[in-house]
Design a protein around this ligand. Structure first.
Ligand SMILES: [Zn+2]
Length: 360
């Protein structure tokens, strides 16, 4: 039973709401070897970057999108904003909000159990941590921002903890090889993921990961790269790629995929993959659904487009091949103590089916 604490009720509600999209098609497998269809760029390539914050306005819809998707948070508009920073040295965006890039009305979530079904016996213990912003928040930032943000100091403390306790960061391509070819993963594997391509990826996550000899997987929507002072540039993407980081698709526009027509979804998946692979040396094998929103069609098309895996936002440290297009991720919220972090990452050792998240 997943339980929410009183303060974290909203956050937990959001997580559970997103955990609803867990249905998936049978026996999906990577279509990586298939020839990718030619994709037109007209509809998605022209969309703008994330909008800059109107600081008082609201937090990002789960930066720009993760958890407010799927209709869980109707009162929070899908406005791409930066954290409500109040420090005078905080970088402020120079670009005005561009609301047109934001997803349309959220898709109603399908009714599903609040607690995800436990993994089957072939589940592997592979925590996939989900980060968005790495910065110091204003005390008034609010619950959503706090769910999406970790301070640089806390992030380094967490990475240091993982290093000290024998965790080994892997690439999603390693996981795909494990699924498809039975290739062994290192002991205590873990994946660190960073959604939305914020500049923090380059200025905070990248140097810390390098310092500790770890790697991360970064998911920038391709239309957002280099379009704002808040987001990373293609030059930075390429540098991080050379520095050993992995990149995955977060689509082109960051629109929720579930309301889109089949051709639109395919376009978002194929074009983003193609654009990314024009800048990085590694194959782009992983997809992160914007807002975590997915359904049978998006999962099927992820395979068709050639992705080997896709991640959602259902919390668990356990993965299995049958859920390769709905891999689970653990949110690391603001202010989490190292003891809580350790419990969330390392809890339920050897116990598939026991889900880790109760409340942040
Ligand atoms: Zn996102």
């Amino acid at each position: 039973m997943v339980r929410c604490g009183p303060v974290a009720g909203l956050v937990c509600f959001l997580v559970l709401g997103l955990a609803t999209c867990t249905a998936h098609g049978p026996n999906l497998s990577s279509g990586r070897e298939r020839a990718a269809p030619v994709v037109a760029t007209a509809n998605v390539a022209s969309q703008g970057p994330p909008a800059s914050p109107t600081m008082e306005r609201q937090p990002p819809e789960v930066a720009p999108g993760e958890l407010a998707a799927a209709g869980s948070l109707p009162e929070v508009a899908h406005t791409e904003t930066a954290p409500a920073l109040d420090a005078p040295t905080s970088p402020l965006p120079a670009v005005a909000p561009t609301l047109s890039v934001l997803p349309p009305d959220p898709t109603p979530a399908a009714p599903t159990p609040a607690v995800p079904a436990p993994p089957a016996s072939d589940a592997i213990r592979l925590p996939i941590l989900m980060y968005h912003h790495l910065r110091v928040l204003s005390p008034k930032a609010g619950a959503i921002w706090e769910m999406l943000t970790v301070t640089p100091a806390a992030f380094e403390e967490q990475v240091a903890y993982l290093t000290k306790h024998g965790y080994h960061t892997i690439y999603f391509s390693d996981l795909v090889a494990s699924f498809d070819q039975g290739r062994a993963l290192p002991r205590n594997p873990i994946l660190l993921t960073f959604d939305d391509g914020w500049l923090d990826d380059y200025t905070v996550a990248y140097p810390i990961l390098r310092k500790y000899g770890m790697v991360g997987a970064f998911f920038p929507p391709t239309n957002w790269v280099g379009k704002s002072k808040l987001t990373i540039t293609w030059q930075q993407v390429e540098e991080m790629d050379r520095g050993g980081m992995e990149f995955g698709s977060h689509t082109v526009s960051h629109r929720l995929l579930t309301p889109l027509k089949r051709a639109q979804v395919l376009q978002e998946l194929q074009l983003s993959q193609s654009i990314l692979e024009g800048h990085v040396r590694r194959s782009v094998v992983a997809l992160a659904y914007p807002g975590g929103a997915h359904n049978g069609q998006t999962m099927e098309l992820a395979a068709v487009a050639g992705y080997g895996v896709a991640v959602g936002v259902t919390p668990s440290a356990w993965q299995q091949v049958a859920e390769r297009y709905t891999l689970r991720r653990i949110t690391v919220p603001y202010g989490m103590s190292l003891a809580e972090f350790a419990a969330r990452v390392g809890g339920s050792e050897g116990r598939p089916g026991r889900f880790l998240v109760t409340s942040p």
